[in-house]
Design a protein around this ligand. Structure first.
Ligand code: TXA
Ligand code: MG
Length: 347
């Protein structure tokens, strides 16, 4: 067991604690910190041993590479071998922000960070605490989401405490994160932008900057191996089994109601995951709204927290409604699909 310090809760000592947390990283320690997407579990990206400790603390498969977080252009030049013009355009439009771009890696980046790949995934987060922490550490900071591998990503410091207390040196509490879903991961190495993981920046936004943007075919076709190793794992999973229904709203509500009744009569403890507009249509006590149907950003912010709330209620099956998969809805449905292990019924 490590002695974990929870930092950042007192505004008067925040600056001092940020400097301490930066030193912990510089010495090879592990610090969990807020970003605008989800909380990350950080270590010095150029220190192989520190990076290995991230994999141990999370129980993360060794073949899943990490995103490197930077706070300045100089840091990018240290870790990337070359910077393609498509990447320049994307950085200009979306950094700092929830967009991760792949680059050919320099020798400074150990293979532990990239899980043996010759590319390194980089992003500049748009969160003041993350930016200061990186700056004070003086290092590029490797950080996967700060959850136990397989569980929903953390959007509050409490989620990180639940998963990693006693396994990391410090947890920086910056309150709830803004976007609530992870960054979009793109590969521009072949002249077009290929989205390997949908996230906080939508395809519609990317298309405003680059003429040719596509999804990695593996996102649509399960028989194709994903270029982003993380996409092959069952992910974002609550302890409960999740069953999803998508399609025409009336049919979906009907199907969710019928399935919940069936499961309850079989003795299951059932939770219903829905939207504000449909809350009154269910009688269950264990129903949660992710937000309004007309506000997919709100749904993105609440999604992972809702999945964790069901776990705290000891629900064994969650029956949920899907949402429209345009805009950020694409990323929401990607996470819900994975959380359900592919159990989606289209109506
Ligand atoms: O918003 C985020 O991206 C958060 C915050 C903390 O920044 N981080 C995050 O990291 O979601 P993680 O480790 O949970 O997800 C990283 C994803 C994985 O799917 C991984 O496979 C992919 O990025 N990835 C990282 N390096 C890669 C590379 N060189 N090539 C392809 N995919 C890569
Ligand atoms: Mg993750």
């Amino acid at each position: 067991m490590k002695q974990t310090r929870v930092m950042g809760r007192n505004p008067e000592t925040l600056e001092c604690e940020l400097r301490e947390a930066g030193e912990i990283l510089a010495r090879g320690g592990l610090v969990a910190f807020p970003t605008e997407t989800v909380y990350g579990l950080g270590a010095d990206a150029l220190n192989a041993e520190a990076v290995n400790d991230i994999f141990l603390a999370k129980g993360r498969p060794q073949d899943n590479p990490l995103i490197v977080h930077i706070s300045s252009r100089e840091q990018l030049e240290e870790i990337a071998l070359e910077i393609p013009e498509e990447a320049e355009a994307l950085m200009g439009a979306f950094w700092p922000g929830p967009l991760t771009i792949l680059f050919a890696k320099s020798d400074a980046v150990p293979y532990e960070t990239t899980a043996g790949l010759n590319t390194v995934a980089v992003r500049m987060p748009n969160h003041p605490l993350a930016q200061k922490l990186i700056e004070y550490s003086g290092r590029p900071v490797a950080a996967p989401s700060a959850n136990t591998s397989g569980k929903p990503s953390p959007t509050k410091a409490e989620h990180v405490i639940e998963d990693l207390y006693g396994k990391v040196d410090a947890i920086l509490d910056g309150g709830a994160t803004g976007v609530g879903l992870e960054s979009t991961v793109v590969d521009v190495s072949e002249g077009v932008a290929v989205i390997l993981r949908p996230g906080g920046v939508t395809i519609e936004q990317l298309l405003e900057v680059l003429p040719d943007v596509r999804y990695d075919t593996a996102l649509e076709d399960e028989s194709v191996a994903p270029k982003s190793p993380g996409q092959k794992y069952r992910h974002y999973s609550p302890k409960a089994k999740l069953e999803l229904y998508t399609g025409e709203a009336e049919k979906v509500v009907e199907a969710v109601r019928a399935r919940a009744t069936e499961l309850e009569s079989d003795g299951h403890k059932v939770g219903i995951l829905t939207v504000d507009e449909h809350m009154d249509m269910y009688e269950s006590d264990a129903k949660l709204s992710m937000g309004s149907n007309s506000d997919s950003e709100e749904i993105a912010r609440n999604l992972f927290d809702s999945l964790r709330v069901f776990d705290s209620l000891d629900i064994d099956v969650i029956v949920g409604e899907g949402i429209e998969d345009t805009g950020i809805g694409k990323a929401i449905m990607n996470r819900l699909y994975k959380a359900s292990g592919g159990s989606v019924t289209c109506l």
